[in-house]
Design a protein around this ligand. Sequence first.
Ligand code: SIN
Length: 292
Amino acid sequence: MSALRGHGGPRYKHASGESEPYGTIRVEKLTPIIGAEIGGVDLARPTNRALDEIHRALAENLVIFFRDQELTPEQHLAFGRHFGPLHIHPAAPHAPGHPEMMIIHADKDSPRANGEEWHSDVSCDLEPPMGSILYIRTCPPVGGDTLFANMYAAYDALSDRMKQYLDGLAAIHDGEQVYRGTYANYGVEDKKTYPRAEHPVVRTHPVTGKKALYVNRGFTRRILGIPTDESEGILRYLFEHMQHPLFQCRFRWRPNSVAFWDNRCAQHHAMWDYWPHTRSGFRVTVQGERPV
Ligand code: SIN
């Protein structure tokens, strides 16, 4: 039985404190734990007040969604730059003339789709991205949802013993297995090396000050300073624990929807359940800082 259901009730109880009302945007939560749909803003022309509130909504909800947006590549990039300098993906193909604009595309000829494993984007970078802004233009008739999970909640739900055990541990995140050969179908040649970095297993979010689990199935290979078999056991437990449905929301895309997620405290998983249909869009990714 999951530890979350032990001891006569859910161990994780979300403290859903009421937040101040928003003045410009509308915020409708998808679940009490993660995700909100945002209305009342045109991302092609956001006001400074709307941008401040979007920042706040992201901090409060970890992933936010916008519907019916019409963005040119330049407007998508400009929206991303409001949150920091843009990140260039170490492996994936990009839109012509826009290295900061990653192509997200799968169709009947694709050997794979992006992000099919739970992960935090490019966590193998020394300074992994703070946030990602995905704009989907073409959707399959059904399917292609993206799942998001709250890593503060996953951390909070651990036992005090496990929290003590993880305190101060670091893990290796490696891009090699994820990226080598992955984009050959786009004609992208492999690089000599791919990013690899050591990050704390639990990180403190620089804006909220909250602790979040920061290991993921996609990139995290090994916890350092403990025997290999122990690292495998602990990672297996943490990966299972963090994908408990209690920590999740699931977003159903429509053409011209945007999702903006915070990679420092949320993980995501893209469903490739729509073959042979096409799902297509672009991701703009905002640079982040070294996890502490
Ligand atoms: C990704 O950025 O990992 C892909 C997410 C998605 O396609 O929904």
